[in-house]
Ligand binder design. Structure first.
Ligand code: CO
Length: 276
């Protein structure tokens, strides 16, 4: 963990290239979110994502990655991450997590969101699921905000843990965030929990994907027979949120947020650095 010898620090120009990939991911999110309705299949959501990538001239970071067979990951209910789109039909109240990655001119962006499938007659979703999703998003922004003032990377996991334990929710520890750039997964690891080690120094050029996964249970997971889908051990529902974030001379820029993270960071008193 925290391999600090192989971090690829990016120049401001390289970060601007990564922003292009990040904004394509944001477009994928908007299109897929709009397509999440009762009766849609997860394969249809995958097709929506593929079309956004195609029309942007981008490629999926996931398709073919270690043999992964789809454009995006769609994980439902007790599925935490890496759900493979297929003929599963979404039902009212399902908790859906969508993870997408794009590569543009060799640079990657990676982000995820969760939502509850709205009922056709405006039925209220389970408030406990809504709270899980909201807390997972808040934990992500708290982690990003911590990066803004951190001197070591361990501040991110500590901030995520502080939000998650207020649920209280289980934090998935078997999977972590990661460095990102010319590959989707790079050093360093970015755990979503407090660590003994302080991690690498936070300095300009560091680009990381921060991605808390929280569950309504204890956070332990198992791998399904398809060797991709990760589910909770206890069958509890899970949520996942993720952004790709760059550390710049003047502060942070959230590459997968259309506004660079300004709105998400405002509640924490953090302003984003101008990228242009
Ligand atoms: Co990721």
């Amino acid at each position: 963990m925290f391999g600090r010898d192989h971090i690829e620090y990016k120049s401001a120009d390289q970060v601007r290239l990564m922003r292009r990939a990040g904004l394509v991911v944001a477009d994928v999110h908007a299109a897929v979110r709009a397509a999440v309705t009762v009766g849609v299949t997860t394969a249809e959501l995958d097709a929506v994502a593929a079309e956004v990538l195609r029309s942007a001239g981008a490629m999926s970071s996931f398709l073919g990655y270690e043999g992964y067979p789809a454009t995006i990951c769609v994980s439902v209910n007790d599925e935490v991450i890496h759900g493979i789109p297929g003929d599963r039909v979404l039902r009212p109240g399902d908790l859906v997590s969508v993870d997408a990655g794009a590569v543009v001119e060799g640079w990657h962006g990676d982000a995820a969101f969760s939502m509850v499938v709205p009922g056709p007659d405006g039925e209220e979703p389970d408030p406990a699921d809504v709270a899980l999703v909201e807390t997972t998003e808040r934990a992500t922004w708290a982690g990003i905000a911590a990066l803004a003032t951190a001197d070591r990377l361990d501040a991110v996991g500590a901030a995520v843990e502080d939000v998650a334990e207020g649920g209280p929710y289980g934090i998935v520890e078997e999977y972590v965030g990661h460095g990102i750039g010319t590959q989707m997964h790079q050093d360093p690891d970015v755990p979503n929990y407090r660590t003994r080690g302080r991690g690498p120094r936070v300095r300009p050029g560091l680009c990381v994907a921060i991605e808390p996964m929280l569950t309504r249970g204890d956070g332990s997971t198992e791998l399904c027979e398809d060797e991709w889908t990760v589910v909770t051990d206890d069958g509890s529902r899970a949520a996942h949120w993720e952004h790709t974030v760059a550390v710049l001379e003047g502060g942070l820029w959230v590459l997968t947020a259309p506004d660079g993270g300004a709105a998400g960071l405002a509640p924490f008193g953090v302003t984003v650095a101008p990228l242009d």
